[in-house]
Structures are given as C-alpha cells and as structure tokens.
Ligand binder design. Sequence first.
Ligand code: NAD
Length: 498
Amino acid sequence: MPTNDASVPTYHNYIGGAWVPAADGRVIANRDPANGELLGYVPDSGQADAERAVQSAKDACDSWRKTPAPKRGEILYRVGRLLEERKEALAQQMTREMGKVLVEARGDVQEAIDMAYYMAGEGRRLFGVVVPSELPNKAALGLHDPLGVIACITPWNFPMAIPAWKTMAALIAGNTLVLKPAPDTPFSSISLVEAFNDAGLPPGVLNLVCGGAEVGMPLVRHADVAGVSFTGSNAVGRLINVEAAQQLKRVTLELGGKNAIIVMDDADLDLAIDGIVWSAFGTTGQRCTACSRLIVHRQVRAEVEQRLLARVAQLRLGHGLEPTTDVGPVINATQRERIHSYMAVAHQEGARLLTGGDFATEGDLAQGNFYRPTLLTDVTPTMRVAQEEIFGPVLSIIEIGSLAEAIAVNNHTPYGLSSAIFTQDINRAQTAIRDMTTGIVYINAGTIGAEIQLPFGGTRGTGNGHREAGLGALEFFTEWKAVYIDYSGHLQRAQIDS
Ligand code: NAD
C-alpha cells in the first residue's frame, strides 16, 4: 500500500503480494497534466525489479495453473464488484493522472468492470474442442493450456481499461503476470492491483512494476517470460517484437492508428458532425481509434467544414474534473510539442489551417499541456498529416468524389485500426464493410467506442495479427494441447490401420 510521507504520497511496486520500493530506491514524480500539480512518486524500476517480479510470477505459476478456472473466475467477479464500488474515486484519480474528462474516465473504469465480468464468465467456459477420432475406441480433444509468465506493457491513454483487458484475460487462462504501466499513468494500475489484492488473488499471481523502458525491456528479454502483451507506439512495438523474436516468444502488439471517417453526400449530416467531433476531439484525440482523417464527399465538404468550425469553436478546454470541460489536456509537454511540430509539416506540404494549430494558454490553461482543437483542410491522401499518427486533437480533411475513392483513401495508410462511414445507402454501407481493410468498421457511428465482447485490434502496422478482448484474447493467452485417449486396449495406428 502507498505510504504517505509529508503531503505527497509515495507508491510502491507490488511483488509477491507485498508493496515494495524499487531495488535502488529511485522514483518518478507524477504530475497532473492539466495544472502541473504533483500527485505522487512511483518507483523508477530497473533490471533487478524485473527479475524479482518475474521470479515471483514464476513461483506462483504452478498453483495458479492448477486452480480450477471457475475459482479463478470468482476472484475476477470480486474484482469487478470492487471496481464498481470504487468507480467514482477511480475515475477522479484517472482524470488527475491522465487528463481525460471525468465522464470518459468513468467509461475507462467501466471497461475494466465489463472485462472483469466477461472474463470471469469465461472461467466456466474456456471452451476446447472434442472431435471424432478416425479410429474406434479413441477420443480426440483440444484443451487450452496457459503459457506461463506473461509481461503486460501498457500505454497511458487508457490507464485502467488496457491493463484490465490484458490482466483479466491472461489470468482467467491460468497465466501469472508482471504488469508494467506507462510512467505517466501508474496510479490506475496500482488501484487495479489493489482491487485484485483485496479480492483475494494469491500472492505472486499478478505483480506490478512501475517505470519505463529500463524495466520494460528486461521483462521482454527475461528467459522465464513466455509471452509479451504490448500496447503502445509502433516504434516501441517493433523493438519489442525484434527482441522477443530472439527467443521465439509469443508477442501481441496493439499499436497506432490513422483512423478515418468517410462522409458521403447522402449522409445524415447532424449525425455525422456529432460522430466526427466525438471521435476527433474526445480524449483530446489521444485514442488509438481517434479519427484523425475526415474523408468527405465534395458535394457536402463546404457544409461539413462550416458546421465543424462552429462546433469546434464551442469546445471548452479545461481540467477534466470541471463539469463544463469538453477537452482536457495533452498527456505531457513532449507530446504537445510533437503535435505542434505537425503544423509546420502541414503548412509546408500545402494543407490549410482552418482553426486551432497552437497551444492554448489563456488563464488557468497556461498551467497545463493544452492544445487547441485543430482542423486542417486541403489535405491530400499522401501528406504526412494524412499518413502519420499525430495522437492529438488534430483532424485532417480530405476531399473525395466517389465511394471507391473514399475507400481507397481510407485504406491507404501504414495503419489499419478503425474506420467509419456515414451514409444512408445500404448498398454503400455494405460495400464499405466488405472493402475497408481495418480491424474495426463502424456504420453511421464514429471511429471510437469499441465494446469488450468483440475482438479489438487492427491490420497492417497497427499490430501483428492478434486481437485483444472478446474470445480472441484467449487465443493469445493460451496454447492448444491436443489430447488422444485410446481405450481400445491395443495399438492403433492413425493413417495406417483402416
Ligand atoms: P509507448 O510505445 O511510448 O509506450 C508504451 C509502453 O511501452 C509504456 O509502458 C512504456 O514505458 C513502454 N516502453 C517504452 N519503451 C520501451 C522499451 N524500449 N522496452 C519496453 N517497454 C518500453 O506508447 P505510449 O506513448 O504510452 O502510448 C501511445 C501509443 O499507444 C500510440 O501510438 C497509440 O496509438 C498506441 N495505442 C494503441 C492501442 C491499440 O490497442 N492499438 C491502444 C492504446 C494506445
């Protein structure tokens, strides 16, 4: 548990069921991105902490693997109930550490609750297969086995949902874990682990180490880590994949996006504008599924731009705990600079700034990392602002003249996470479902808002083909074991005896 010294709390790693500081005592100061307030200190862990956490997970492996899955599920149910009871406090904590507005922080916690209940139910399913054998008096079945110790490495933009997605699925499957949250948002993971602890999870089954690459990479490299579940940037995902490949480790990568909304000339524009504003500026554009490209039919482009300008002008920036706030801060100063660097890129390449394009510094906003909601127009499909993930409140508007052109533009990026189309024509909608090459497709809704019971992930540079959430998650966190039971009492040879 955190030890409060003076007015600023210091938090610890969770290893073997105990809260412990980093081996060398180093800490990271964590601040509210909306106003710079110091929220607490967390361990800046390293190699020794990674080794200790992996050893703890390894020691717990055998008994957790043999714990009946419905019993594992009961613990997850209890975690779900605790998160429900604590939801409001957890959401407020998240808004302070990450910046997203309170209503969205509640949604982030709700995803963790949903996943806890969904995976708890899997404890009574974890369906295998039973198939007929080609030989008499012989049974053939396939079972799910856990992998062993899994390292879960998570980003800052969904501080509780993403750690919960990984831990719930991995634990119900019988794995033991080391969770490493992003250095900017450790508190939600600490609270999640507290809920597991309070729900009676045995020591060592779930371990937490705080810190950055100095503890992340030793986890990836550790010979006793059987799999790595990573969500984050494309650059770090590649590094991890290359490193893990040396040991033929299983890796799941959930990486970036360059998601688009298509607005056709027959679209319900009221609905489309709502969907665009929510998808582009919700979570300050910092969702992997955020809409960063608007692909709009030339017949409605002028009207859409005009209406978007009016809506963007009404967006209120501020602290996410203020009920009047629509758009919170960007996560940190470095990320804000990175977003801003794209304004010069856009200008050089011939895009035109409609609104925004700068830091927001009036009044209290000067204390935080605020960036103005930004619209860029006259963007062409190959410009950098149409190809690279900016991960901020910036929307690039691209004009098209047909459905075929819209879909081609939609598909032409290095990423393939989420896409959406607004049209009232069923034929166009069906064509888009068939031809859009992203892992998630929305019809008449924005690019954000995935539910936990369907597979989540993307094509191309968004990942390496695995999916999180839904039943797809269990595929990653388990090995298939094929079992043959011969009760004939004599040697039977498959493919040879008739
Ligand atoms: P990041 O890649 O910088 O960091 C992600 C995690 O990796 C953090 O915990 C970080 O400490 C750790 N890390 C960094 N370097 C490492 C190294 N060398 N070895 C091991 N671990 C290392 O990403 P971020 O800035 O935290 O998150 C933003 C990115 O995450 C965006 O690109 C976004 O699109 C992506 N994201 C993807 C999804 C998805 O499901 N596809 C969901 C959310 C976020």
